[in-house]
Design a protein around this ligand. Structure first.
Ligand code: 8YV
Length: 337
């Protein structure tokens, strides 16, 4: 009798040609339309499969795993994996993987696009123009702040943070400061032309502060009213990591009262809902979590997630050795955001 194929669930539509590779090894339950799965639906799906390929939309914690008796692997499409409770997965022997590296440069590019849009008031200017308010050119319209020669502050100095540092230092002649749990090796610091500083110094010195650190309960609202009060009123804040890093009410207040010049946010604590206080402000650039959204990079992420799932379920050339596993050692993954 032919061996029955393991079954896998793909929680959102990805690229058909890439997802099709799963069918060489598995029976595939592929989601055709973008779907807001409820926790109960996620739990039911996980109860039926040996592997799952999921996105940040699907949270997987104790409750969702309660009936997942045969689940052996979860491949997350994304470098951040705070939607996964790594401890809960590990305690059941379920392998978790993510998609680092392939999105580093695309996401670092986006950080700069946002930072520059905030500093030079790009989206604010576009709205103003579209509203028909440009009736006469004037010398002081939409004055912003410079990027070249300014101080770039980076909070969280992993691969993406380093990519941002290199762009800032080498591309725009910025002075680069960073804060991270651990200091980088000398060689990397030199390559990025970046200096480690403590958190308060970073806040005080940065003309443009970019958040790129993983989200966990320990980093929730790391940018709160106290942190914002230490920043220069002329500074910009860019968040391309996770919305929960910023106290959005405190940020909206600082932006509304001139205690911070502008902000650019690609991620939100309650996304896809965006706090109406932010929506009402002109000096904040808002994008819908598209940091890694170039076609080439999204394809590379999907392909890596597929490779991970195939290998984690013991198939293909890397059987048993998924390319990018997540381990609990330094894991911030909690199944929450
Ligand atoms: C992904 C992201 O698109 O990689 C991440 O952590 O936030 C985005 O690049 C997202 O995770 C898709 O699941």
């Amino acid at each position: 009798m032919a061996e029955s194929k393991p079954r896998v669930w793909v929680s959102q539509p990805l690229f058909d040609d890439i997802v099709a590779r799963l069918a060489e090894h598995f029976e595939v339950d592929a989601t055709r339309d973008v779907t807001a799965w409820s926790p109960a639906q996620v739990a039911a799906k996980l109860g039926e499969v040996d592997g799952a390929l999921v996105t940040l939309n699907e949270r997987i914690g104790e409750d969702e795993l309660a009936a997942a008796g045969r689940l052996r692997a979860v491949a997350n499409v994304g470098v951040g994996y705070n939607n996964l409770d790594i401890g809960a997965l590990e305690s059941r022997g379920i392998v978790a993987t993510n998609t680092p590296d392939v999105l580093t440069d695309t996401t670092a590019d986006m950080a700069f696009a946002l930072l520059m849009a905030a500093a030079r008031r790009i989206t604010e200017g576009e709205r103003w123009l579209r509203e028909g308010r440009w009736t006469q050119w004037s010398f002081d319209t939409l004055l912003g702040s410079d990027i070249h020669g300014s101080t770039l502050g980076i909070l969280g100095m992993g691969r993406i943070g380093q990519g941002i540092a290199r762009r800032g230092a080498h591309g725009f002649g910025m002075r680069v400061l960073y804060h991270n749990r651990s200091r980088l090796a000398d060689g990397i610091e030199r390559n990025c032309r970046a200096d480690w500083v403590d958190f308060d110094t970073l806040l005080r010195e940065a003309d443009h502060l970019v958040l790129v650190l993983p989200y966990s309960p320990a980093t929730r609202h790391v940018i709160d009213s106290t942190a914002l009060a230490k920043m220069k009123p002329t500074a910009t804040l860019t968040n391309i990591a996770r919305g929960g890093l910023v106290d959005e009410v405190a940020l909206a207040d600082a932006l509304a009262h001139g205690r911070l010049a502008s902000a650019a946010l690609d991620v939100f604590e309650g996304e896809p809902a965006v706090d109406p206080r932010l929506l009402a402000l002109r000096n904040v650039v808002l994008t819908p979590h598209v940091g890694s959204a170039s076609l080439a990079t999204r394809r590379a992420m999907a392909a890596l997630a597929v490779d991970n799932l195939v290998a984690a379920l013991g198939r293909g050339p890397r059987a048993g050795r998924p390319p990018t596993p997540v381990t609990g050692v330094s894991s911030p993954g909690t199944g929450k955001r």
